[in-house]
Design a protein around this ligand. Structure first.
Ligand code: PGA
Length: 251
């Protein structure tokens, strides 16, 4: 049985002065759902406040990106070792917004993911197709490429620290959700692709989250699908009550 994992992706929302209150509200509202792994991924500058607020609760804190080097002359970047030192436990890698606006490629996703896992973080590696790719019949090709290149040289042993998030780009922040059947189809493809990379047993153990307009009203039917093991939540993670309702649906 894979433990369900619901992670908030705060994106460039929530100021450092607001972070502790949101984490505390999430911890309180989800306290009764201890069998769901509950995570808030915050802007890097919010991490100290978020980590302090989560101390002693079941909520884990993560970052939204990291570099692959441990240290060095990389102005503006943050290393996995720094995140670990700050007390972060998770990091999102290769979100479509980073691919779209900041030049992230499958190759840099691979470097970041392997470095994060090696440092002891749980890497939440994002894949997903654009509407153009889906309508152009390229869904399978795109997902397989993102998986094969993005997770190259990730081992079966690494899978304990790996979560994959399927986020169809056309569903992010648009209010359009993939239907449970559409999502399940891609989650099964992701697991099958993973099995070729790390073996069937390790692939069975990896949690695959759905992301893209997941909200209280649609979470339960998505999470009921065989290969949907959680959610990566943007907009609905900014209100503790909405986020908690999704955690409740996963419970
Ligand atoms: P959304 O974002 O829930 O606002 O669609 C999800 C994400 O981008 O991780």
């Amino acid at each position: 049985m894979r433990k369900k994992i619901i992670a908030g992706n705060w994106k460039m929302n929530v100021k450092p002065s607001e972070a502790a209150a949101l984490v505390k509200a999430v911890a309180e509202a989800t306290a009764q759902y201890g069998n769901v792994e509950t995570v808030c991924c915050t802007p890097a500058i919010d991490l100290p406040a978020a980590i302090a607020a989560a101390a002693g609760t079941h909520v884990g804190i993560g970052a939204e990106n990291c570099h692959w080097k441990e240290s060095g002359a990389y102005t503006g970047e943050i290393s996995p070792a720094m995140l670990v030192d700050a007390g972060a436990k998770y990091v999102i890698i290769g979100h479509s917004e980073r691919r779209q606006y900041f030049g992230e490629t499958d190759e840099t996703v691979n470097q970041r993911a392997r470095a994060a896992i090696a440092a002891g973080l749980v890497a939440i590696v994002c894949v997903g197709e654009t509407l153009e790719e889906r309508e152009g019949g390229k869904l399978v090709e795109v997902i397989e490429r993102q998986m094969n290149v993005g997770l190259k040289d990730v081992t079966a042993a690494d899978c304990a620290k790996l979560v994959v998030a399927y986020e169809p780009v056309w569903a992010i922040g648009t209010g359009k959700t993939a239907t449970p059947d559409q999502a399940q189809e891609v989650h099964a493809l992701i697991r099958a692709t993973l099995a070729k990379l790390v073996g069937a047993e390790a692939a069975e153990s990896v949690r695959i989250q759905y992301g893209g307009s997941m909200k209280p009203g649609n979470a339960a039917e998505l999470l009921a699908k065989k290969d949907i093991d959680g959610g990566l939540i943007g907009g609905a993670a900014l209100k503790a009550a909405d986020f908690a309702a999704i955690v409740a649906a996963a419970n």
